[in-house]
Design a protein around this ligand. Structure first.
Ligand SMILES: Nc1ncnc2c1ncn2[C@@H]1O[C@H](COP(=O)(O)OP(=O)(O)O)[C@@H](O)[C@H]1O
Ligand SMILES: CC(=O)N[C@@H](CCC(=O)OP(=O)(O)O)C(=O)O
Length: 288
């Protein structure tokens, strides 16, 4: 169970434990992926924003990549459009792409930016189109055409590093741009994983709506290595939306990111509890 920080004794314990981590993480980059499922209402977004601002205030460099799947789905529903998913990816025709860009680059991005600024930070919202951040190419799964669904072709992180150096917190929507200037809808986990690799992040943090990766009995697995994850995928224990999440966590730790962690973003202060307590929370993924 995560530590309860609603009483003074526990807060004191957390503060004492936190100090060495604050020193160790100072100046390091942390890519935090904020999933749409963990953004239910303003209170949850404000609580997330408070953690991000605190990270920045103690000298760390948080980079936020956000999703917004449920928010896109809700708007499509209002328009009378049904969403179809193939292996966790939303089939994206031209009309859907417009909604994706409006929701991710507009409403969702600005809600997070506003919350961070309200909590005393200075956030700047971007999509992958800004500063040439995310070059994308069309993604096909097992020969099926998913429309304007993309994967990351390359990342030019300069806009992010400039913002970091200027004291800003980048907040990135997972929309990429193709060689002809066309927009691509990219799963936010994939963007977060690639960005963490390119930025050589200390940690990739994936915030979702479950306590971590669970085994067949529903117990949260606190630590996993690459071979263990592969076995859980092979026997079907990991499926659906957890698949791209775990895959990008694996890719990140295999390409130089020290650790990746899957945690419950619905939980108050989940980011701080993961970073600054000895036990952490959720599922930690390491290369070995
Ligand atoms: N082994 C597993 N452990 C935990 N969750 C799993 C597992 N396999 C599949 N899932 C599903 O993955 C979901 C998280 O992925 P997703 O809905 O795409 O989240 P997000 O929107 O935060 O990216 C969980 O809500 C759960 O239904
Ligand atoms: C291709 C694809 O599926 N893109 C996602 C992008 C948003 C996302 O990834 O949001 P979550 O992190 O909240 O799931 C989508 O259209 O829903």
């Amino acid at each position: 169970m995560p530590i309860d920080i609603s009483n003074a004794q526990n807060i004191a314990r957390v503060l004492t434990e936190a100090l060495p981590y604050i020193r160790r993480f100072s100046g390091k980059t942390f890519v935090v992926k904020y999933g749409g499922n963990a953004m239910k209402g303003d209170d949850m977004i404000q609580s997330f924003a408070r953690d991000i601002v605190l990270m920045k205030r103690v000298g760390m460099n948080p980079v936020v990549v956000h999703g917004g799947g449920p928010q896109i789905g809700g708007h499509l529903e209002k328009l009378g459009k049904k969403s179809e998913f193939i292996e966790g990816m939303r089939v994206t025709d031209g009309e859907t792409m417009d909604v994706v860009e409006m929701m991710l680059g507009g409403l969702v991005n600005k809600a997070i930016v506003a919350a961070i600024n309200q909590q005393g930070g200075q956030a700047v919202g971007l999509t992958g189109k800004d500063g040439g951040l995310i070059r994308a190419k069309k993604l096909t799964i097992k020969g099926q055409d998913l429309g304007q669904v993309g994967e990351v072709d390359s990342i030019d992180p300069r806009v992010v590093t400039h913002l970091e150096a200027g004291g800003f917190i980048p907040v990135i929507a997972p929309v990429g741009v193709g060689s002809e200037g066309e927009a691509y809808n990219i799963n936010a986990d994939l963007v977060a994983g690639k960005l963490a690799s390119v930025l050589k992040a200390e940690k990739l943090m994936l915030l979702t709506n479950v306590m971590g990766v669970k085994d067949k009995e529903g117990n949260v697995l606190t630590g996993l290595t690459v071979p263990q994850v592969q076995a859980l995928i092979a026997d079907g224990t990991i499926y659906g939306g957890m698949l791209p999440k775990i895959q990008c966590a694996l890719d990140a730790v295999n390409s130089g990111v020290k650790t990746a962690v899957i945690i419950n973003g619905e939980l108050d202060h989940s980011v701080l509890l993961e970073l600054f307590t000895n036990d952490g929370i959720g599922t930690l993924i390491k290369a070995h």
